[in-house]
Design a protein around this ligand. Structure first.
Ligand code: F6R
Length: 242
């Protein structure tokens, strides 16, 4: 695992942008695994700037998102599909035919999970998987206790995750209690992983991930078993590691 230490959120976003732009430009048909949440927002903003400066193009990019809330339609402003359009897809030259966010409003959720998994395989697998981390160590929406052998599935969100994500909703009651999430095995099958960590509330999880045992109780710890992981973390997130 390679650790890149940066000062703050902005520096993390800058570094992450350079990392992704380099991969997108180098790979012939890049397949990206994308994340939502606060962590990658700064990265997406910078990538849009690079696109506007003709330094990167998404013409040949395919993307798969990690997760989506169960029950939210694509046009719901709290859906992750909406987030991705709003924060990235609508501002670059990616074809919406080449992006896949799990459909949390599908009538048959199990079939939708299988379809997500099959589409990733058909694309030849993910080249670069972008990850954030939950304060409880989740990656994707794989909460503590999720088997390392899991593939894309419907998951129950922990109360702490529901509370953390309620900041985006009008009230906590509106936060879905379930999501579709790529599994741990799905994430581990990516060729390369980029994990972004910012802020003091992630410091404990990051310290356990870097120095603790590999355990399903801390889903992110599985990354120790992956051959090509880059972690970009800011000083606040590294306050417990150091
Ligand atoms: C988002 C995702 C989650 C987030 C994590 C951190 O697609 O899969 O694992 O990365 O919950 O969220 P933020 O970045 O909002 O702190």
């Amino acid at each position: 695992m390679e650790l890149i230490k940066v000062k703050d959120y902005d520096a993390m976003s800058e570094e992450a942008c350079a990392f992704l732009v380099e991969r997108i430009n180098r790979l012939e048909n890049p397949v990206l695994g994308l994340a939502t949440g606060s962590t990658p927002e700064g990265l997406y903003k910078r990538i849009i700037e690079k696109y506007n400066q003709n330094e990167v193009s998404f013409k040949n990019v395919k993307s798969f998102n990690l997760d989506e809330y169960v029950g939210l339609e694509k046009d719901n402003p709290n859906s992750y599909y909406y987030f991705m359009k709003d924060k990235l897809f609508d501002h670059v030259d990616i074809s919406l035919n080449n992006v896949r966010v799990p459909n949390g409003a599908a009538a048959d959720l199990k079939a939708e999970c299988e379809a997500h998994e099959a589409a990733i395989k058909a694309a030849g697998g993910v080249d670069v998987q972008l990850l954030g981390i939950g304060a409880n160590g989740h990656i994707g929406f794989n909460e503590p206790g999720t088997p390392f052998t899991s593939t894309t599935q419907v998951v129950d969100l922990e109360q702490s995750t529901i509370e953390a994500n309620s900041r985006f909703f009008d009230s906590i009651e509106e936060v879905p209690t379930q999501a579709i999430s790529m599994g741990i095995e799905t994430i581990m099958n990516s060729n390369e992983i980029l994990l972004l960590v910012s802020g003091e509330n992630k410091a404990d999880a990051l310290a356990k991930l870097m120095n603790g045992e590999v355990t399903e109780e801390l889903p992110a710890s599985v990354l120790q078993n992956h051959a090509k992981v880059t972690v970009i973390a800011d000083e606040a997130a590294l306050s417990v590691v150091n």
